[in-house]
Design a protein around this ligand. Structure first.
Ligand SMILES: [Zn+2]
Length: 300
C-alpha cells in the first residue's frame, strides 16, 4: 500500500494510530480483503472461494465444493501468510473453511462493527457518563493537529471510547496485563495474547519434533520437552505433528520436495527412527502422494 506522506501530514500520522488504538482498523481491513480477495490469493482460488467473516482472529472462508476445500486445506499455512501480509500484521491465526454453494456479492453494507462495540455504543450508561474536565482537555489536545471536519468526528469517537473505558472499569472489568485489551469474564490474558503464547509454544515443540520426528507423546513428556508453562501440550503436540506432515505433503503437492523432505515425511508418519525405515519404503510412500496429486490435478 502506498502512503501519501506529503499530503495531510498530521492526519496521516495520527489516523493509523487512532484506528489501531480504537480497533476500527480491523473491520476496514477485512472489508478490503473481501473486495481484493483475488489479488491476495490469486484469480484461481478466488473463483471458488470468498471471505465470509472474521471473528476472534479466525477468518471464515466460503468454499464452493469439497474438492476445492481439500485444495485450500493443504495450502492453509501459505494462505494465512499471504492474508496477514496483505492485512499488514498478524490478524489471522487460523482459517475456517465452510462449504457454501453461493458466492455472495460483496457490498459495503457487509461491514459489521465488532459485535461488542455495537452493543456498547447504544448502552445508555456509557452515553450518560460524564468525563472529567482533564480527560476532555487531554482528548482535545491529542486531536488538535487534525484538520477541521475530521477533528470533531475523532473527538466524538475518543470521548465515547473513554466513557466506555470508565464504565467498564467501574463494573470491575480488567485489562490484559500484556497488551491492555479488555478481558472477557475470567480470562487471565486476552485472546490475542493467548494465541501469541500458543504459537510460541508450538514453535518450541516444532523445533523439538523436527530434530526427533519419532518422539511419541509419552517420550516427549518423559524426556522433558514440554515448553515451560504450557498446559495444553497434548493438543499442541498433536497439532504440530499434523502441521509438519501437511508441510511436507504440501512440498510434494507443489513438486518441490527433496529427498530429505521425503524422509522427514516418512519419519513423521511412521514415527520410526531413521535406521528403522528403508529407502524403498520412503520412495514408495512419496510416490503414492505424487500419484494422488496428479490424479487430483487432472480432475480439475
Ligand atoms: Zn493481551
Amino acid at each position: 500500500m502506498e502512503k501519501k506522506q506529503n499530503e495531510l501530514k498530521p492526519i496521516g500520522d495520527l489516523l493509523p494510530k487512532l484506528l489501531k488504538e480504537y480497533k476500527l482498523d480491523i473491520p476496514l481491513k477485512i472489508m478490503k480483503l473481501k473486495t481484493e480477495w483475488a489479488q491476495v490469493v490469486g484469480e484461481k482460488i478466488a473463483s471458488f472461494s470468498y471471505v465470509q467473516h472474521y471473528n476472534k482472529s479466525i477468518l471464515y472462508i466460503g468454499v464452493l465444493n469439497s474438492v476445492w476445500m481439500q485444495h485450500l486445506f493443504i495450502q492453509k499455512k501459505s494462505l494465512i501468510f499471504k492474508i496477514n501480509d496483505f492485512l499488514g500484521g498478524t490478524f489471522v491465526y487460523d482459517l475456517c473453511f465452510k462449504r457454501s454453494g453461493i458466492k455472495k456479492n460483496i457490498s459495503s453494507s457487509t461491514i459489521q462493527p465488532v459485535e461488542e462495540d455495537k452493543k456498547m455504543e447504544y448502552d445508555s450508561s456509557i452515553k450518560d457518563y460524564v468525563l472529567s474536565s482533564q480527560t476532555i482537555a487531554k482528548i482535545k489536545k491529542d486531536t488538535e493537529t487534525i484538520i477541521s471536519p475530521l477533528r470533531r468526528q475523532w473527538r466524538n469517537i475518543l470521548v465515547l471510547q473513554e466513557k466506555k473505558k470508565q464504565v467498564l472499569l467501574q463494573e470491575g472489568k480488567k485489562t490484559c496485563p500484556i497488551c491492555g485489551n479488555w478481558l472477557e469474564n475470567k480470562e487471565k490474558i486476552c485472546l490475542l495474547c493467548q494465541l501469541k503464547k500458543r504459537s510460541e509454544y508450538k514453535r518450541e515443540i516444532r523445533q523439538c519434533l523436527q530434530l526427533m520426528p519419532w518422539l511419541s507423546l509419552e517420550e516427549f513428556v518423559e524426556q522433558g520437552h514440554i515448553p515451560k508453562g504450557c498446559e495444553n501440550y497434548i493438543e499442541l503436540y498433536r497439532e504440530v505433528r499434523r502441521d509438519c506432515i501437511y508441510h511436507y505433503m504440501e512440498k510434494i503437492y507443489l513438486n518441490v520436495d527433496t529427498l530429505e523432505d521425503n524422509m522427514m515425511l516418512a519419519l513423521f508418519i511412521t514415527q520410526s527412527k531413521p535406521y528403522e525405515i528403508t529407502d524403498e519404503f520412503i520412495e514408495r510412500l512419496t510416490k503414492k502422494y505424487h500419484m494422488r496429486n496428479n490424479k487430483n490435478k487432472k480432475k480439475r
